[in-house]
Design a protein. Structure first.
Length: 423
């Protein structure tokens, strides 16, 4: 027996072989795991609880998440999008959760306000309130979406991806499901300074102010691909740098409103151009009650349109504003102001901006206007308020109307890529 054999008996050699096989299998498994789930693992690990819920004050929790990779949006676009929430759920389940976790899309009553303005130094601002009930929200940062796409910051109501509004998000499966938040932005800004947001429009003859009876837009033009409300906003943030680019993209798709509700939208860019997007009956439509969601067409109201000349200076294009009624030709669309939900907020925002020609001192001054039209005095909650600086590509974000609490105020900058608290 050789000296080498004495030093390494047969059982030791077998053990080494077994260990080598186990290590090789573990390495292969790890490589496969990260090859298939690498971006998802990174994204889930970034899911952070920033602010505790306060049930006594109807405040849900606040989270942040950095989404790595393209979350299959290019594939979603290549397949023609989705014509319903159920189709979107199917795509998300197959691609993001790999068929292992079911995803659902909740309903939301998005009674919100927004406006554009500028500062004395000509920074363009987009300010927005998201009004709802107590819910959990996530500031969703898409850091590296891939070639031909832009980085973005958006806010997502996690109710939209099936999270319980009455409890915190916990457990690995729920956190994996929250990756779907990338497909459900309520508002956002991208690295080019393009911003967008969604608002209830309460369309249909039999609507009520809790959203029931509204008629969702459901276009069916042959030859066009399809998107739902939030996926439209996601594609605007990822693929567009200007309002004009966004409008051209939107024209090429059929819109199918999400959550069985009707919505309109507002977009703005760093040049100061903004637009309100609404889907309405054609001018020669026989159904003046707007009860056929498939018969609607896109109508765009720009901040430079003549409809504003009676409300502000004819050359004063610094601002545009929106709440929850149809803006385009509203004098003929509605029988009375009582039918125009959010008219009181609309008038207040206008009066504040008109007094200064659409100029506000800074982001905090814009936030002050948002606080004046927040919802607690009228029932409900303004879940978050946000001011996007489209010139500097920065964000100021406030949770649950806590405008004077530095611990509830967060700031984000595309230049640094960091989300920080003011506290």
């Amino acid at each position: 027996m050789s000296e080498k054999t004495k030093k390494f008996p047969r059982w030791a050699r077998i053990l080494c072989i077994v260990l080598a096989v186990i290590i090789a299998l573990c390495a292969a498994f790890t490589a496969t795991l990260f090859g298939v789930w690498g971006n998802e693992i990174y994204t889930v690990s970034s899911f952070t609880h920033l602010r505790d819920r306060n049930d006594e004050n109807d405040e849900g929790s606040v989270y942040s998440m950095h989404v790595k990779g393209g979350f299959y949006l290019d594939k979603f676009r290549e397949q023609g999008g989705a014509s319903s929430d159920s189709e979107l759920i199917g795509f998300i389940t197959q691609n993001i959760t790999k068929g292992l976790i079911d995803v659902s899309i909740g309903e939301s009553d998005v009674n919100c306000s927004a406006f554009t303005a500028k500062t004395p130094s000509n920074d363009i601002l987009f300010a927005r309130n998201y009004d709802f009930d107590k819910t959990n929200v996530c500031m969703t940062i898409c850091d590296n979406p891939g070639k031909g796409r832009y980085k973005s910051f958006s806010t997502v109501d996690l109710n939209y991806v099936g999270m319980d509004t009455e409890t915190d998000v916990s457990g690995l499966m729920n956190k994996i499901t929250c990756i779907a938040a990338a497909y459900a932005p309520l508002d956002g800004i991208n690295e080019k300074g393009l911003s967008c947001a969604i608002f209830m429009s309460y369309q249909g003859e039999d609507y009520s102010l809790n959203g029931s009876g509204t008629v969702a837009t459901d276009q069916k033009v042959e030859g066009k691909d399809n998107f739902t409300s939030t996926t439209m906003q996601r594609m605007i943030l990822d693929y567009c740098a200007t309002v004009d680019e966004a409008v051209e993209l939107i024209k090429s798709y059929n819109l199918h409103d999400s959550a069985k509700s009707s919505f309109h939208y507002m977009i703005a860019d760093a040049t100061g151009k903004s637009a309100i997007l609404e889907w309405l009956p054609e001018e020669n439509a026989t159904d003046k009650t707007d009860n056929d969601g498939s018969a609607r067409v896109l109508k765009v109201t720009y901040n430079t349109d003549n409809m504003y000349n009676g409300l502000r200076g004819a050359t004063d294009f610094n601002y545009q504003w929106i709440t929850n009624f149809i803006v385009k030709d509203y004098e003929s669309y509605y029988e009375s102001e009582e039918d125009m939900f959010g008219w009181d907020r609309y008038k207040h925002i206008y009066s504040r901006l008109n007094a200064t020609g659409g100029v506000v001192a800074n982001e905090d001054a814009a936030m002050e206007i948002l606080s004046e039209v927040s919802r607690r005095p009228y029932g409900g909650v303004t879940v978050h308020s946000v001011v996007f600086n489209l010139t500097k590509k920065t964000v100021v974000w406030v949770a649950n109307e806590n405008y004077d609490d530095a611990t509830a105020i967060y700031e984000y900058s595309f230049e640094t890529g960091k989300l920080t608290s003011r506290a």
